[in-house]
Design a protein around this ligand. Structure first.
Ligand code: SF4
Ligand code: SF4
Length: 110
C-alpha cells in the first residue's frame, strides 16, 4: 500500500542534494541551524571562532536536501547551501520550474 501523502510518481523523483557552506567567523553560536535542520545534518563544533563561539559543522553531509532552512533561520548570514556537485541537474529540476532556456523553447515552438 502506498503511504499516505506520497505523490503517485514518488519513485521517479530524485531527492535534492545540498552542500552546506559555513562562515565560522560570522557565527554567534545560537544553534538555530542545528536545531531546525530537518535532516540533522549539523552539529556544534568543539572549535571556537574568533569571537569565542562554537560554530556548527557538517556531521552528516549526505543527508542534506538543500531545503535552505539553516540559511533562512541564521540571524548572522553565516551559513548557506548550494546544490551538491553530484546530480545537480536533477536537484535543480525538482526545486524550481524551468526558466530561461525552457521558456524560450516553449514560446518559440508555439
Ligand atoms: S539545507 Fe536543510 S537539510 Fe541541508 S543542512 Fe540546511 S537545514 Fe539541513
Ligand atoms: S544559525 Fe547561524 S549564528 Fe546560529 S549557530 Fe547556526 S551558523 Fe551560527
Amino acid at each position: 500500500m502506498r503511504p499516505r501523502g506520497l505523490p503517485v510518481d514518488a519513485k521517479n523523483q530524485k531527492r535534492p542534494a545540498g552542500e552546506v557552506h559555513i562562515i565560522p567567523e560570522r557565527c554567534k553560536g545560537c544553534c538555530f541551524c542545528i536545531e531546525f535542520c530537518p535532516k540533522k545534518v549539523l552539529e556544534q563544533s568543539p572549535e571556537f571562532n574568533y569571537h569565542g563561539y562554537h560554530p556548527p559543522r557538517v556531521s552528516n553531509p549526505d543527508a542534506c536536501v538543500q531545503c535552505s532552512m539553516c540559511e533562512m533561520i541564521c540571524p548572522e548570514f553565516a551559513i548557506f547551501t548550494t546544490a551538491a556537485r553530484s546530480g545537480p541537474a536533477e536537484s535543480q529540476e525538482m526545486q524550481s520550474p524551468p526558466s530561461g532556456e525552457g521558456d524560450a523553447r516553449s514560446s518559440d515552438g508555439e
